[in-house]
Design a protein around this ligand. Sequence first.
Ligand code: FE2
Length: 201
Amino acid sequence: MHRKKFILSSVMSAIALTTFGSVIRESNGEFKGDCETTNDILGPFYRPNAPIRSDLTYDGLKGNRIILKGSVFKSDCVTPLKNALVEIWHCNTEGEYDNESKDFRQRASLKTNENGEYVFKTILPGKYLNGELYRPSHIHYRVTKSNCKELISQIYFKGDPHITKDPWASDKRAKQRVLQITPEDINGNLTINFDIYLSEK
Ligand SMILES: [Fe+2]
């Protein structure tokens, strides 16, 4: 991302904190916040060693293309973390996970860049049954970085009617992870922004 744009998005991120947390500047000049991203269940479909890639799409893949991007910050809520490992996995439009193939479809990992940023291109996931109820559309995250606590989490999408009866998505701790889908991309891809705040060990 262009540096000027990144500075702007950092400011936006800091402002956004006011919706679910706050940042205090301490006497030593350091920031201390309560912006830490909340965790969620790992679920049964995590596979380690997903390929390092940004683009999870391929010819013939069904589904609305999304750009999923954000930055990873340390617990002061403002300092970007480079080289954090961001892993994502989700189901396809039929609600199926790729649990066995060597292609690791709809699974990827990558490290954040110098500015703490990551970006994936994938599809909006479908839904699958959990008992008699559909889980809302969601994407799983695992984020790891030396000297930080491992984050296992999930994101959901505003307006999804299956959120209210889902015990995890409807939890108040998930509120900051129910995200807006926006048409900001010039090529018609949908965009989802998810900034991540880790806590130190
Ligand atoms: Fe899942």
